[in-house]
Structures are given as C-alpha cells and as structure tokens.
Ligand binder design. Structure first.
Ligand code: SF4
Length: 76
C-alpha cells in the first residue's frame, strides 16, 4: 500500500482515541482535525477502498462512509 499520504496527515502523532469515538456524536473533534487535513480526500478514498470499519477517516464516520458507498453504487 502506498502510505505516503499518511506522512502529511493532520492526525499524525495525535492520540488515536480521538479518531475512534464511541458514537457519531462524539466524532466532532476528529472531524475538525480532518477538515484542515491536506490529505483528507486520499484518506477517505483509502478507507472506502479498504472498507475500513471503525473510526473517522477523511472526516467521515463509519456510518457516513457507508452512505457514500451506497450513493456511489446507485450512481454507478
Ligand atoms: S483526514 Fe483525518 S483521519 Fe485522515 S489523515 Fe487526515 S486527519 Fe487523519
């Protein structure tokens, strides 16, 4: 896997717990960090491609990523 984008991740070195909130409601802190991340789109595409189940990736929670996948399937 090409992980170069990870080196530019805004979450690098931060407490990973921030990105694994107990619920979507508690994901705000992670989402705020992702919002200013220069590799947000790459991170999101990675999570979608690898079907990452847990945590916030590219600013989206698992539930939100499932929605994106559903929408993409519909419009494919
Ligand atoms: S989008 Fe969020 S989870 Fe992904 S690399 Fe950036 S800060 Fe980390």
């Amino acid at each position: 896997m090409n992980a170069t984008w990870r080196q530019r991740a805004a979450c690098r070195g931060l407490d990973p717990e921030i990105f694994y909130p107990a619920s979507d409601e508690e994901a705000e802190e992670a989402k705020a960090i992702c919002a200013s991340c220069p590799v947000r789109q790459l991170c999101l595409e990675h999570a979608l491609a690898f079907r990452e189940r847990d945590g916030v990736w590219g600013g989206l929670t698992e539930r939100e990523r499932r929605r994106v996948l559903r929408q993409r399937r519909k419009s494919a």
